[in-house]
Design a protein around this ligand. Sequence first.
Ligand code: SF4
Ligand code: MG
Length: 269
Amino acid sequence: MVLKAKDYKSDVKPIWCPGCGHYSVLNAITKAFSALEQAPESSVLVSGIGCSSRLPAYVNSYGFHGVHGRALPVAAGLKVARPELNVIALGGDGDGFSIGGNHFIHACRRNVNIVYVVMDNEVYGMTKGQASPTTPEHWDHSKLTPHGPEVRPFQPCAIALAAGASFIARGHSGDPNGLAKILYDAVQHPGFAFVQVLSQCVTFCPEQAQWKDIVHLEEVCTADPVAAANFLHGDDGFAKGVFYRNPRPVWPVTHEQQGSSDIRRGFAL
Ligand code: SF4
Ligand code: MG
């Protein structure tokens, strides 16, 4: 029996602020699961800590709401132990790029066969609006950083590419249908699929409502890491779409895969 998107929602009512972008991400995930005809018991959502990390409780699947910044190692271990499961790690920008930043780099490098969705609102929402790794340099809304963080923001897609992710995309919470399509492709990708989602925090960053006017679709998907790097070098941070897709052996790599792999010594951004 084909389940509808609403059948993938659990009975737990989300407690996000009204208007939070994460509601749309939840809708996109359930739409993608429906389109994939995914049995609820064949998926596991693994999260860290933060507003967005509450999401597994709201989905009719298995879930693990874990430890701050540690969604990726838990998800990787799960995938290795139960490769038949569809494993999706998710969380926010603080959880994924600061506390869990090192795990992010190494999950990309290993090309673990999981999806990683980061709901990026450029702020620590749960702890009341402190600057995160993706906060704009001069964002001065937090009393802790009255002149802004004054450091350049983390570049998640470019870092994912340099670290070895084999699928890189960006979606927007204002476009749940487009995001569902990206997630549909990400789940089917054999390897580490990184999806950055611009998901607005209406409470601490109300200016993010403008994102809907500046986000633009880019049909640039390439399997060439140099072309992807060139694109990301000129990226304004508001392009959405699949930017890079280049399957390669997944971790743990078998001897057969090693024999067939196109061994690179790396490339410079
Ligand atoms: Fe969403 Fe921000 Fe509210 Fe957290 S604080 S639930 S991120 S709007
Ligand atoms: Mg955040």
